[in-house]
Ligand binder design. Structure first.
Ligand SMILES: [Zn+2]
Length: 298
């Protein structure tokens, strides 16, 4: 069992990554997260013997919100709400309607990130014991487990359980739509909410064009949980996909090399597509992996 730790400053760019998912939503943001599955509870910001920085202890900022869910302590820091507000269009609030939508957006992001982190935390506790905890900060989430005894298999399952939980939520929303709109309407509505456009089906089209808060809620939930889950599975450390890949690659340096190449590729593609924000974010991820790689070379 290795006490593999990952940089916690990753959360800063997971915040940013969350925002990249916003492009299809024009100004809306999607959550980022990461999991910190360390088992020997490293508590310093120093470099591990495997060359990776250890997790920093939770900051002593007073959280805006603190509660327990399924026995798991959840801390929500002020930055979480601030970022959610800003990136959800908080500065563009002009009337009650936009205020309502920003408020809804904040709640939906909160619920979605929490579900994702619960996927990590609950599966980790079930498979490896330990004391899981969740923090939501800036736009990132962090699930960590102290004292858990992870095997490679249980760690892999725990890593996938985060995006898996998000996909389940996505599926639940789709199921709800299909029940409320039986037959073709439901499928067309789902497609329109996920990929955009107006459905051919009149009932579904009327619903989408109504632009009610319900449409906004469905639209946001589908986007956040599908898009973020997929982005998170890219083999770019420290995203879940990068952590998953790292379990199969013995060289830490290679983990970061892959992260660098994939992130740089995504950044370049985003530049071509003029998605400046996405380019910046993946550029940052690429840089982060490059820095880690360099450090491991010596
Ligand atoms: Zn995750």
């Amino acid at each position: 069992m290795r006490g593999r730790g990952f940089t916690q400053d990753a959360a800063a760019f997971e915040t940013a990554l969350a925002a990249l998912a916003s492009s299809p939503l024009r100004g809306r943001l999607h959550p980022g997260d990461r999991v910190e599955p360390f088992s020997r509870a490293p508590r310093t910001g120093r470099i591990n013997d495997d060359g990776l920085p250890r997790a920093l202890p939770p900051r002593n900022l007073s959280p805006v919100l603190q509660f327990r869910l399924f026995g798991i302590p959840v801390n929500v820091e002020p930055w979480f709400w601030a970022t959610a507000f800003l990136l959800g269009g908080g500065l563009d609030i002009r009337d009650k309607r936009s205020l309502l939508f920003v408020g809804l957006w904040m709640i939906l992001v909160f619920v979605s990130i929490l579900v994702h982190e619960l996927g990590h935390a609950l599966s980790g506790r079930r498979l490896a014991g330990g004391r899981p905890a969740i923090r939501l900060w800036a736009f990132g989430g962090l699930a960590y487990n102290e004292g858990g005894r992870f095997t490679k298999k249980s760690r892999l399952i725990m890593i996938l359980a985060g995006p898996g939980a998000g996909f389940l939520l996505f599926g639940a929303v789709v199921a709800g739509i299909l029940i409320a709109f039986p037959g073709r309407s439901g499928w067309e509505l789902t497609r329109a909410l996920v990929v955009g456009g107006v459905p051919d089906d009149p009932r579904a089209a009327l619903f989408v064009l109504s632009g009610t808060p319900t449409v906004f809620v469905l639209y946001s939930l589908l986007w956040i949980n599908l898009w973020w889950g997929l982005v998170n599975l890219l083999p770019v450390h420290p995203l879940d996909g990068g952590q998953f890949a790292a379990e199969f690659i013995s060289s830490r340096r290679r983990v970061h090399l892959i992260g660098l190449v994939v992130a740089a590729g995504v950044a370049a593609a985003a530049l071509v597509l003029k998605e400046v924000f996405v380019a910046l974010l993946f550029g940052f991820l690429a840089w982060q992996n490059y820095e880690n790689m360099k450090r491991l070379a010596f």
